[in-house]
Design a protein around this ligand. Structure first.
Ligand code: GAL
Ligand code: CA
Length: 346
């Protein structure tokens, strides 16, 4: 599979600026008003709610409008919401599928009404994105986030002789995983663990828990795992920050002393995740560039409504924003309102 990786900002800026800010004088026709219909899989998901907050801002800045609907975990509900968004006059859709393997009904609806779809965060399989030429995806490369998490953990373990607490030459670890079937669950886990191994760290898996990206579920799973393995766990690799925080909650609830705690790693860089790094509870995370993704979605939405899907915008169906490693050393850079100016490079 050959997927083009492009940096969104420069390209869409170049296309969009004349429409958005230079209008009036030379252009005779008014640009078409952009109304984005957004369908998300579950607004109580921390990363998604933070991403949508960024998206709202971007849309406002571009002078477009957005209506957001929450599928609350049901594909059937989401299908109905997409229909309502189309009936309400949205001229472009941003869809965060509940079931990323089941987009056909939404694609059919959109195609019948000739409304382009930008899928985001939950990546449809490649064949589905080929169903129609007005389908796009904005997200990030799951493998990269797993590799980076593995590198962060390897660095930390190598530079800290206390990490192997029982001094057996191996790192006893537990994995907390997101939803089964999600591109960011299994791929992150595999790549994090393989990267640790290829960095020469001997790994011993004690257990794993599926916690569906959710902090409370992760706390629950982790309490069960701690019940079994007590203070043997030296490393917790979580597929996202909320689950890493849930694992930390479990240890706090059970009143573990600091020298019996494992090292925790997450992915996302949510507000609470970054704060936990500042507080030295979370050893590191991998920044999931919500600002960059929101900006790419908003700019693409405006471009395809106002310029059509032919030409430049029509050629790029995938936009992947790069991840970044976060530790206590650089965490402050991610805490100020961060625009994606770092993504404009080559
Ligand atoms: C991932 C993110 C998770 C969760 C999930 C939802 O990219 O890391 O925290 O939001 O998407 O699809
Ligand atoms: Ca050990």
């Amino acid at each position: 599979m050959k997927i083009k990786r492009i940096f969104a900002a420069g390209m869409f800026l170049a296309i969009s600026v004349p429409w958005l800010w230079g209008c009036g004088k030379q252009q005779s026709a008014e640009p078409i008003k952009v109304h984005v219909g957004v369908a998300c899989y579950n607004q109580s998901d921390t990363f998604i709610s933070e991403l949508l907050a960024c998206f709202r801002e971007e849309v406002n800045e571009l002078g477009a409008a957005a209506t957001i609907r929450d599928g609350a975990g049901s594909q059937r509900v989401q299908n109905d919401q997409v229909k309502e968004l189309i009936d309400a006059g949205c001229n472009v859709l941003c869809v965060n599928l509940v079931d990323r393997a089941d987009p056909s009904e939404i694609i059919d609806l959109a195609r019948e009404n000739d409304i382009p779809i930008i899928f985001f965060n939950r990546e449809p399989v490649a064949e589905d994105l080929k169903q129609w030429d007005k389908l796009y995806y904005v997200g990030a490369d799951a493998k990269q986030s797993g590799v980076m998490q593995g590198e962060l953990a390897a660095d930390r373990i190598k530079s800290n002789s206390q990490a192997d607490r029982n001094k057996d030459g191996k790192i006893q670890y537990v994995v907390l995983e997101g939803e089964p079937g999600h591109q960011d669950a299994i791929i992150r886990t595999e790549n994090a663990v393989n990267t640790l191994r290829s960095n020469g760290i001997e790994m011993e898996k004690l257990s794993y828990g599926i916690a569906n990206w959710n902090r409370a579920q992760a706390q629950n799973r982790m309490q069960q795992i701690i019940g079994k393995y007590q203070n043997q766990i030296e490393l917790v690799l979580a597929n996202n920050d909320d689950m890493a925080l849930g694992a930390i909650d479990a240890y706090e609830k059970l009143n573990f002393t600091e020298n019996a705690l494992p090292i925790f790693f997450g992915i996302d860089g949510t507000d609470d995740g970054l704060k936990a790094i500042v507080d030295s509870k979370l050893a590191g995370t991998v920044y999931n560039d919500k600002e960059g993704q929101a900006e790419a979605m908003a700019r693409l939405a405006v471009t395809i409504v106002q310029e059509g899907t032919e030409g430049q915008a029509g050629e790029e169906k995938y936009i992947y924003l790069p991840y970044e490693k976060v530790t206590s050393e650089n965490v402050r850079n991610f805490m100020a309102p961060k625009k994606s100016e770092s993504n404009t490079g080559s």
